[in-house]
Design a protein around this ligand. Structure first.
Ligand code: GLU
Length: 359
């Protein structure tokens, strides 16, 4: 009946909160009912839910004006407890157990933490427990923060090898023009060749951090990794059930998954880009060599310059001869050793093909 077996669902703050910023329990309950239905049909679901900060905001009246960081920490500490409590009760009414997974960007930068997280969620799914994931907003501040939960949901979908990531927000999908204008319609399917830059509204949602631009960026990246991504309106009744039926007529935008997905190690490297510590500049010959379909590593002979300080096994950016970033990889040498070997032949590659992700 349903076309996928493993799904990640991301629900934005705008779906879960009412105009006054308080939690919309009716909407939460409708989403839980749908996930429960999918669960009963044997689908494995991970829910990435925003709404901690928004629900905490409605809960406490602060005396003096708080700075942004303090407010986020305070509201999320209170709001996440409230949010997960609601989910717990709603799932329990359906005879289903859910569990909370709070994470931070840093947990994705170390392979060990990454695998620990993955293991935790796999064991939950195996035991029919629905993982409900959110960023640990109490300790993720400033540069330690994810761009938004769209980014987090992309990482989770890739990590858990889901078949599809469904991003629910308060719009029906991506329009080919201004959604306010009558001539605009929803783009049903986005392929690799599709240029969306002119269609995407940059307006952010009022309660969450994400906007359509980040959603598209994340959707592209996740689809390149072989996972279908659907952007749809979480306020429509039975949206999840409708979307997952074959030939669904409900409005949505679907990003076509690549038929040549990367290995899970490469996926992790791709997503670790934000933690890169150095830059490897390569010459035009090396850039050309990387373009050929044969698996090619980054050899010391093609390296012209190294910037930044990094150690063996750190993530580094790969730059072409015009100074543009063309990929990311895991360095086999630390900076000083790599610098000593620049231009040399017959030494171990600086980045082995298996540890290389090209854009
Ligand atoms: N983690 C935030 C929360 O639960 C939401 C981040 C976002 O809006 O994407 O409140």
């Amino acid at each position: 009946m349903f076309q996928y077996k493993r799904i990640a669902v991301k629900v934005g703050s705008n779906v879960l909160t009412r105009r006054d910023g308080r939690l919309d329990i009716t909407r939460m309950s409708a989403i839980v009912d749908q996930i429960a239905e999918l669960h009963r049909h044997g689908l494995k679901t991970v829910l990435v839910s925003s709404g901690a900060v928004a629900s905490g905001r409605g809960e406490i009246n602060v005396g003096k004006k708080l700075d942004t960081v303090s407010a986020r920490q305070l509201y999320s500490a209170v709001g996440q407890a409230k949010l997960i409590n609601r989910y717990y009760e709603l799932f329990r009414e359906q005879g289903i157990t859910c569990g909370q997974v709070l994470t931070t960007k840093e947990n994705f930068s170390s392979r060990k933490h990454y695998l620990n997280q993955k293991h935790c969620m796999e064991i939950m799914l195996e035991n029919k427990v629905i993982p409900i994931v959110n960023e640990n907003d109490t300790i993720s501040v400033a540069e330690l923060m994810f761009t938004d939960n769209d980014e987090l949901s992309g990482l989770i979908a890739a990590m858990m090898k889901m078949d599809v990531l469904i991003i629910l927000s308060d719009v029906d999908g991506i329009y080919d023009g201004d959604p306010e204008l009558p001539g605009s319609s929803i783009i049903r399917e986005v392929g690799k060749e599709h240029d969306l830059s002119r269609c995407v509204q940059s307006a952010k949602s009022s309660f969450g951090r994400g906007g359509m631009l980040t959603k598209c960026h994340i959707a592209r990246k996740v689809a390149d990794e072989g996972i279908a991504v659907i952007i749809a309106n979480g306020r429509r009744n039975d949206i999840l059930l409708d979307l997952l039926k074959k030939g669904s007529a409900v409005p949505h935008t679907r990003f076509k998954p690549s038929d040549r997905p990367a290995s899970s190690l490469k996926k992790w490297i791709a997503h670790s880009e934000g933690f890169a510590r150095g830059e490897i500049h390569i010459n035009s010959g090396a850039v050309e060599a990387l373009k050929c379909p044969k698996a090619t590593s980054i050899l010391m002979v093609g390296v012209v310059r190294i910037a930044g300080d990094f150690e063996k096994d750190d993530i580094v950016r790969i730059m072409n001869d015009s100074g543009e970033q063309i990929g990311v990889g895991c360095a086999a040498y630390g900076r000083s050793e790599a610098e000593r070997l620049i231009g040399m032949r017959d030494v171990k590659p600086l980045i082995h093909y298996d540890y290389l992700y090209l854009f």
